[in-house]
Design a protein around this ligand. Structure first.
Ligand code: ZN
Length: 829
């Protein structure tokens, strides 16, 4: 039994946007089933002045002591108390610049620098704004009121209940009481906001800086649709009277699902027809759908502990695509899902440095570069596999049951399995436990023995692994016949091996049909792979299967089962490839091989890439067209850059011309803007540097600024790259510094210097937001460490002895470095 339970908070805040401080008056209402002597709350970087308890109608002072290490305050009660307890606490805090807790975000309005103050509390930063029981299971109701400058706008989770004049030209705003919810989902903010709104049963609003609200229309319209889908699909109405989406310039992550007041980076909410590409549009919709799904998965039903964080993020990731697909089937978002989510997950999950989706003992799980690909990307992919296994209707009904049973409360993994099992007659609990409870994923090896197919499974790791593991695998096999027909066999693989009857007269078989399953497949028979290769050339296999085959082969090459030559020769089946998914992954794989190989092999890889990508560009056309497929628009931008990098003269000539248009102040279509800027930097030297930096300072669009920052990582000249490094550290806002560094880390002309730059600026990188510091580590170590393995390893071994900072990111990056080093040795042997 808990000692005390919080039932309600009343928070009064007076933020000062000139001095970046705030004063707080807090009332905490608790319930103690047994008599207690003291009460412990979480607190971080707050100065507590006074603490009282209501006793016999009077506020009695309490002694209290703060433990900064444990991030707690212990309030000693004057007497033992039982039942309802009300604490009154006065305190002050800083509106920090750490993008965590109650923090400030900078913007320029009418030529003047200004700041807004907003909150970001997940996972454990509500304690930076008010003393509280800062754990997801400690749900309570909240009354928030703020005293702000009369000209400013204040926003919180709930609508305003009352607004009245207050002393010194200020006003007091009191928001309506929230439903029972977790501390990490609370939001309050104050600044210069303008709204664009869509009234309805639920009022939906997008909040932007003044003069920008029209850029919120695209998001507003999509949010209304997504809300309709979610209410219908989940079978539970959105529980709050309003839903705000706020654009915040300085933001560490992408977006945050605060209940009724979701916050976003500007580029993930604002749509500017001049600078937002189709890829940008799709990303906006996907992120909105993700945060919207959280309003149920996370906000309404909350993980009872952080170790069940996947119950939030896997679902939000999955529905981020599911909802967009519902309204834009022509966008083919499942292709993006496989490339961006499943492939990323498989890549991460092939490391030995690993853990399951439900992190054991993970009561203090944080979302970081090591956990996110597992909790978000792998979790989302497993849900897709489970939906494929139980069927869409059972999946939906199970989720409805889960949400209804646990609304306004908390849940664990078991609650979900039970709900899914109750509605389907399948062993969902056993299956899910298997995939959620153990690290890694299976490699399924298949071969023909007479008239049977024999499957075996083992864990896939890039470096030799230890120990045996097994999965319950929903296997699918498409058997393809010479006459063009095919049929699918489905079976559940429950043991280490499985033998199934094989159709006589079949021309080939493809395991993991439609790539719904989260596993890799290796064909022992060369003839089958060759037959599948021919079907790729003839496009008898769909884009998803064409993607899957070469993705697995590339992974086997990374694992040391296949030579680079064998992978490259398999690519000859893709000469006529036009589909987004296979091409975008081939581009990424070739780029990876190009970067790792170094030296002599690069020209061979580049010429294959140039031929493939220029061919695809020739067929789709270099200029964006009105009637382009959505995926073509996105692909063109990527391939343009890849073709230029790999030496296509035609692509270079086109990109050069477009970049001079841009530099000459003329318009370039947003759908090729990023590729043109990257090529511009790569080909344009000093002059391009001058233009890009000037444009960066003047730009009003985060979409454009991000394109510029990506482009700035693409220079070839050492002196310019050095200038870029300095520019990034000195001039680029903290929220985006990691972007350019990430691109430079994979730029073959920058790699040899990356480690030296990293070491000489380490203290500055270390001061980045923890997520961004990790991104820098994960970008620099696996590539910049090539050829300097011993030095890099010993640097981090001693670093990890001194601090626990970024430990997961360092360990997994060192493993990637080991994989890369081995690849390079094999390539050059
Ligand atoms: Zn999320």
């Amino acid at each position: 039994m808990k000692q005390t339970e919080v039932t309600h908070y009343k928070i009064h805040l007076e933020p000062d946007l000139d001095r970046f401080t705030f004063e707080g008056k807090l009332e905490v209402y608790l319930y103690a089933p047994e008599p207690v002597e003291d009460i412990s709350l979480n607190v971080l970087e707050l100065a507590l002045w006074d603490c009282r308890v209501l006793l016999e109608g009077e506020l009695k002072p309490c002694l209290f002591s703060v433990d900064p290490k444990k991030e707690t305050v212990t309030v000693v009660l004057p007497v033992k108390m039982q039942g309802d307890i009300a604490l009154h606490i006065t305190y002050t805090g800083k509106i920090n610049n750490k993008m965590a807790g109650f923090y400030r975000s900078r913007y320029v309005l009418d030529g003047r620098e200004r700041y807004m103050a907003v909150t970001q509390f997940e996972e454990s930063d509500a304690r930076r704004a008010f003393p509280c029981k800062d754990h997801p299971a400690e749900k309570a109701t909240f009354d928030v009121e703020m005293v702000v400058n009369a000209a400013k706008v204040a926003i919180s989770n709930m609508p305003i209940e009352e607004e009245k004049e207050f002393e010194e030209g200020r006003k007091l705003i009191r928001f309506r009481r929230t439903p029972r919810m977790s501390t990490y989902l609370l939001f309050f903010g104050v600044g210069d906001f303008e709204f664009i709104e869509d009234p309805g049963e639920v009022l939906v609003r997008v909040a932007t800086l003044p003069g920008r609200s029209q850029q919120g229309r695209f998001s507003l319209e999509f949010t209304r649709k997504a809300l309709t889908f979610a209410e219908e699909y989940y079978g539970v109405k959105f529980p709050l009277p309003k839903l705000d989406l706020l654009a915040i310039a300085d933001f560490a992550a992408g977006a945050m699902e605060n209940w009724g007041a979701m916050t976003f980076r500007e580029n993930l909410l604002l749509h500017d027809p001049e600078t937002t590409s189709k890829a940008g549009e799709e990303r906006i919709c996907e992120v909105i759908a993700h945060e919207l799904a959280h309003q149920w998965f996370g906000d309404l039903v909350t993980p009872e502990d952080w170790k069940y964080l996947w119950l939030n993020e896997s679902f939000a990731t999955y529905f981020g695509f599911r909802i967009v697909d519902h309204y834009h089937p022509e966008w083919d978002v499942w292709g993006h899902f496989l490339h961006g989510q499943t492939a990323t997950a498989l890549d991460r999950d092939g490391l030995r440095e690993n853990f399951p989706i439900e992190i054991p003992g993970g009561d203090h799980v944080v979302i970081n570069i090591s956990t996110a690909p597992i909790i978000y990307n792998k979790g989302g992919s497993i849900l897709r596999q489970v939906e494929g296994y139980v069927g869409s209707e059972h999946f939906r009904d199970g989720l409805r049951r889960y949400l209804k049973t646990h609304e306004y409360g908390c849940a664990s993994s078991h609650d979900l399995w039970e709900a899914l099992e109750a509605v389907s007659a399948k062993p969902v609990a056993r299956l899910m436990e298997n995939w959620i409870g153990q690290a890694g994923f299976p490699l399924v090896e298949v071969k023909r023995e007479g008239d049977r197919l024999v499957f075996t499974q083992e864990r896939f790791t890039y470096l030799p692994g230890k120990g045996k593991q097994m999965w319950l695998i929903p296997l699918t096999v498409r058997v393809l016949f010479e006459d063009g027909t095919s049929k699918v066999i489905e079976t559940l693989m429950e043991n280490e091996t499985l033998s199934a009857e094989f159709e006589k007269g079949a021309a080939a078989y493809k395991v993991n049909d439609g790539q719904l399953g989260y596993y890799r497949v290796r064909y022992s028979e060369r003839e089958n792979l060759e037959a599948l290769g021919r079907m790729i050339s003839e496009k008898r296999l769909g884009p998803v299967d064409r993607w899957g085959l070469q993705s697995d082969l590339y992974a086997f090459m990374k694992r040391g089962n296949l030579s680079l030559g064998e992978y490259l020769s398999f690519l000859s089946h893709y000469v006529e490839e036009d589909a987004f998914l296979p091409l975008t992954t081939i581009a990424a794989n070739l780029h990876h091989a190009y970067v790792i190989s170094g030296g002599g092999l690069q020209s061979g890889i580049a010429s294959i890439g140039a031929r493939l990508f220029q061919g695809a560009l020739d067929r789709m056309g270099y200029e964006p067209r009105e009637d382009d497929r959505h995926t073509t628009s996105i692909l063109r931008d990527q391939l343009l850059w890849n073709a230029v990098l790999f030496g296509s003269e035609k692509a270079a000539a086109f990109a050069k011309e477009m970049f001079s248009e841009l530099a000459g102040g003329r318009k370039v279509h947003p759908d090729i803007m990023r590729g043109v800027m990257q090529a511009g930097a790569y080909l344009g030297g000093e002059e391009a540097y001058g233009w890009l930096t000037e444009r960066f300072e003047a730009s009003q669009s985060e979409h454009e600024r991000m394109n510029i920052l990506v482009a700035m990582g693409c220079f070839r000249e050492k002196a310019l790259l050095e200038k870029v490094q300095k520019y990034v550290l000195d001039r680029v806002p903290d929220r985006n510094k990691f972007l350019t560094i990430g691109v430079m880390a994979e730029n073959v002309d920058a790699i040899s210097e990356m480690w030296r730059w990293f070491c000489s600026n380490h203290a500055r990188y270390e001061a980045f937001h923890p997520i961004h510091y990790e991104r820098v580590l994960a970008a620099v170590i696996p590539y910049g460490g090539l050829g300097k393995e011993d030095e890099v390893r010993s640097f981090f071994e001693s670093y990890m002895r001194k601090t626990g900072k970024a430990r997961d990111a360092i360990k997994l990056s060192l493993e990637k470095l080991e994989i890369h080093s081995r690849m390079r040795r094999t390539f050059n042997s």
